[in-house]
Design a protein around this ligand. Structure first.
Ligand SMILES: NC(=O)c1ccc2nc(-c3ccc(Oc4cccc(O)c4)cc3)[nH]c2c1
Length: 328
C-alpha cells in the first residue's frame, strides 16, 4: 500500500480516520485510491486533487477543484456520486467518495467488448436521469465519458453513478438575460438574434452521452484516429462522420441506432436534448424503467404508499430552468 512518507504527509485526522491503500483510478487532476474507514472497515474511494499539479495555472486548478467540491456537496441523485468526507491541506484536497465496487464503465466495456442492448439501455436511462437532474440544477458536466461512469457492482443489472465534476460549469444568470428583461428601446437587433443560439452549452452533454452509448453498444468509438478515414478525429467530429460497422451493429435495434444518430447531430440546435432522449421510442420500455427505478430507489427507502422518495428534491426547489439560464 502507500509508501510511509505518502501516508505521513496526510493530515493527522485523516490518517486516524482512514487507512489509504492502492491506487484504483487516475484522473486528469489527481488520482483515486481505495481507502478503509478504520471505525467501520467500510471501503471508500479517496480522490486527491493536488493544487500544485498545475503550477502555471494553479489558480485555475484551485478554482476548478473548489467548483467540483461545491457541486459534489450540492447534488443529491441516485445516479450521481456522493461525497462521504472531505479534508484540505495547503497543497491538496482530499475528497472521500462512495466506493463503486463495479469500477468504471470503461473497463466493463473493454472486458465485454459490447454491452448487451437491454443492459446498455438500462445504463443509458440512468445516465439520462442523472444529467437531466444536473441540467435542471444549472450544472453542465462537460466531461462525460466511460471513465466517469461508475458501476455499483459486478452484476449487469446495477446502479450507475456519474462522477468527476472537475470540468463542470455552473450556469449563472447572464448579462444577456438581464438585458432581455429590460426595455429594448435602444437595443440592437443582433442582441435578439444572438440570444437565439446562446444557452446551448448543455447540448455538449447530450453529444457526449451519444458517444458513450455508441461505445457501449458497438464496443468501438464513433470518432477515432484511423488513416483509412483520412480525417483527423476533430474533423470527423465537426463533420459528424462516423460508421455503423455492420458486423458490430447488425444485432442492434433501429431504435437504438436512431437515438445515437439524433444525439450525434453536429448542430446543437437540432441535437436531441436530454428531455427529448428520455421521450425517444427506444426508452419507452416500461420493464426497463421498472428495473431502473427499483435499483435507483430501493424499497427500503420507499415510504408506506410505495412511492419512491425522489432524489430530485433539490429540483423541486429550483424547478425547470429555461435555456436562457446560461452565462454568455
Ligand atoms: N474521476 C473521478 O472523479 C473518480 C471518482 C471516483 C472513482 N471511483 C473509481 C473507481 C472505483 C472502484 C474501482 O474498482 C475497484 C477497485 C478496488 C476495489 C473495488 O471494490 C473496486 C475502480 C475505480 N474511479 C473514480 C473516479
Amino acid at each position: 500500500d502507500l509508501m510511509a512518507d505518502e501516508q505521513s504527509n496526510l493530515p493527522k485526522e485523516l490518517s486516524e480516520k482512514y487507512m489509504i491503500t492502492k491506487k484504483i483510478g487516475v484522473g486528469v487532476c489527481g488520482e483515486v485510491k481505495l481507502a478503509f474507514e478504520r471505525a467501520t472497515c467500510k471501503k471508500v474511494a479517496l480522490k486527491t486533487i493536488n493544487k500544485k499539479d498545475f503550477p502555471a495555472s494553479v489558480g485555475t486548478a484551485t478554482r476548478s477543484a473548489e467548483r467540483e467540491i461545491q457541486i459534489l456537496q450540492k447534488i443529491d441523485h441516485p445516479c450521481l456520486i456522493k461525497t462521504k468526507d472531505f479534508f484540505q491541506t495547503d497543497d491538496s484536497y482530499y475528497i472521500f467518495l462512495e466506493l463503486m465496487e463495479g469500477g468504471e464503465l470503461f473497463d466493463r466495456v473493454k472486458s465485454k467488448q459490447q454491452i448487451k442492448e437491454p443492459i446498455a439501455k438500462l445504463y443509458f436511462y440512468q445516465m439520462l436521469k442523472a444529467v437531466e437532474y444536473l441540467h435542471n440544477n444549472g450544472i453542465i458536466h462537460r466531461d462525460l465519458k466511460p471513465e466517469n461512469v461508475l458501476l455499483s457492482s459486478h452484476d449487469d443489472v446495477c446502479v450507475i453513478k456519474i462522477t468527476d465534476f472537475n470540468q463542470s460549469k455552473i450556469l449563472e444568470e447572464s448579462a444577456l438575460m438581464r438585458t432581455l428583461c429590460g426595455t429594448p428601446t435602444y437595443l440592437a437587433p443582433e442582441v435578439f438574434t444572438d440570444a437565439v443560439t446562446v444557452g446551448y452549452s448543455r447540448a455538449v452533454d447530450a453529444w457526449s452521452l451519444g458517444v458513450v452509448l455508441f461505445v457501449c453498444l458497438a464496443g468501438y468509438p464513433p470518432f477515432y484516429p484511423d488513416a483509412r478515414i483520412g480525417l483527423s478525429v476533430s474533423d470527423q467530429i465537426t463533420q459528424g462522420i462516423y460508421t455503423f460497422i455492420p458486423s458490430k451493429w447488425d444485432g442492434i435495434s433501429d431504435d437504438a441506432k436512431d437515438v445515437v444518430k439524433k444525439l450525434l447531430r453536429v448542430d446543437p440546435n437540432v441535437r436531441l436534448t436530454i428531455e427529448e432522449a428520455l421521450q425517444h421510442p427506444w426508452l419507452m420500455d416500461e420493464a426497463m424503467k421498472e428495473t431502473a427505478e427499483g435499483i435507483m430507489y430501493p424499497k427500503d427507502s420507499r415510504d408506506a404508499d410505495g412511492t419512491a422518495d425522489s432524489g430530485d428534491a433539490t429540483v423541486a426547489s429550483t424547478g425547470k430552468r429555461s435555456r436562457e439560464d446560461e452565462e454568455e
